[in-house]
Design a protein around this ligand. Structure first.
Ligand SMILES: Nc1nc2c(ncn2[C@@H]2O[C@H](COP(=O)(O)OP(=O)(O)OP(=O)(O)O)[C@@H](O)[C@H]2O)c(=O)[nH]1
Ligand SMILES: [Mg+2]
Length: 286
């Protein structure tokens, strides 16, 4: 079995930073996490990827093609489809070592996760190659400023969750950048009570459109709430305990380490009592 976090979310939400910090944090407990850069348009990031889609195709290759004339977004989708057509390349790059742990740093084009099927197909391939997966949806915590943007961001997360059909964790990033006041407000969004959020929404008070549609925002919010679909975990990259908690949560979702415990249990020397009575039952049973 192998393990992979699939880090997705809107542009600039902090995906690559999450990957860098997770890898660094894991190293402090001597855990080796490989990062795969899946963004063909990436210009720079702080980690050193073990695998880089840009070795296969770069977004400029697609944009500069004289026949295709792609703009940046079309070119990016083209690159992801090109990757799908060249899955043996990725399979080969990933090797086949048991217990390997990867983090995939994905592009920020939200349509890849909400309605196109490119990512879904990629995840299916990974599952076929014996990967256990957890999608990590990163959302900038500055979305918390008002109810309507929080709810539309939650809808995007929900859409990705239903499209990708793998275990899913949503994270609010850049907590270290929030003011004291915003940090206080954060709690409202971690265990959201939609009615309360909407009632205190300054954007609703200030905009005619929002006043008119407040009821709709509230109803959509209530659906999300009723089905416990909006649960976000806060991420503060300056807090090692926080990083440890998030890694623990994601590991749990993938049952990382559980198989290893089973393997170790198999190698435990049997008790003497058990040797005498090796039918697997305690005395007096059966
Ligand atoms: N202080 C702080 N800055 C952050 C954090 N996460 C991201 N940033 C900054 O936000 C900007 C965007 O972060 P990235 O990690 O590149 O975001 P991304 O989601 O990978 O962006 P794309 O790949 O372009 O979609 C960078 O300038 C980061 O340094 C965070 O948790 N704290
Ligand atoms: Mg990035």
């Amino acid at each position: 079995m192998r393990y992979a976090q699939i880090v997705i979310g809107p542009a600039g939400s902090g995906k690559s930073t999450y990957c860098t910090e997770m890898q660094r944090h894991a190293e402090t407990s001597r855990r080796n996490i490989h990062i795969v850069n899946l963004d063909p348009a990436a210009e720079s990031f702080e980690y050193k990827p073990s695998i880089d889609i840009r070795d296969l195709i770069h977004v400029d290759d697609a944009m500069e093609d004289e026949e295709m004339h792609f703009g940046p977004n079309g070119a990016l989708v083209f690159c992801m489809e090109f990757l799908l057509e060249n899955l043996p390349w990725l399979e080969n790059q990933l090797g086949e070592d048991d217990d390997d742990y990867f983090i995939f740093d994905c592009p920020g084009q939200i349509e890849l996760y909400t309605h196109l099927n490119v990512m879904k197909k990629l995840l299916e391939a990974l599952e076929l190659w014996n990967f256990r997966l957890c999608a990590v949806f990163i959302l900038d915590s500055h979305f918390m400023i008002n109810a309507s943007s929080f709810i539309s961001a939650s809808m995007a997360a929900l859409s990705a969750m239903t499209t990708l059909e793998v275990t899913f964790i949503s994270i609010l990033s850049k907590i270290d950048l929030l003011s004291k006041k915003s940090k206080k407000q954060l709690e409202r969004f971690l265990e959201p009570d939609v009615k309360d959020i909407c009632a205190n929404d300054t954007a609703v008070v200030n905009s005619k459109w929002n006043q008119k549609h407040q009821m709709l925002t509230e109803m959509i919010g209530r659906v999300l709430e009723d089905y416990s679909l909006i649960k976000f975990a806060p991420l503060n990259i300056t807090d090692e305990d926080n990083l440890a908690n998030i890694l623990f949560m994601v590991d749990n979702c993938m049952q990382f380490g559980e198989d290893r415990d089973i393997k170790m249990a198999e190698f435990d020397a049997p008790d003497e009592e058990d040797e005498d009575n090796d039918d697997g039952y305690e005395e007096g049973r059966g």
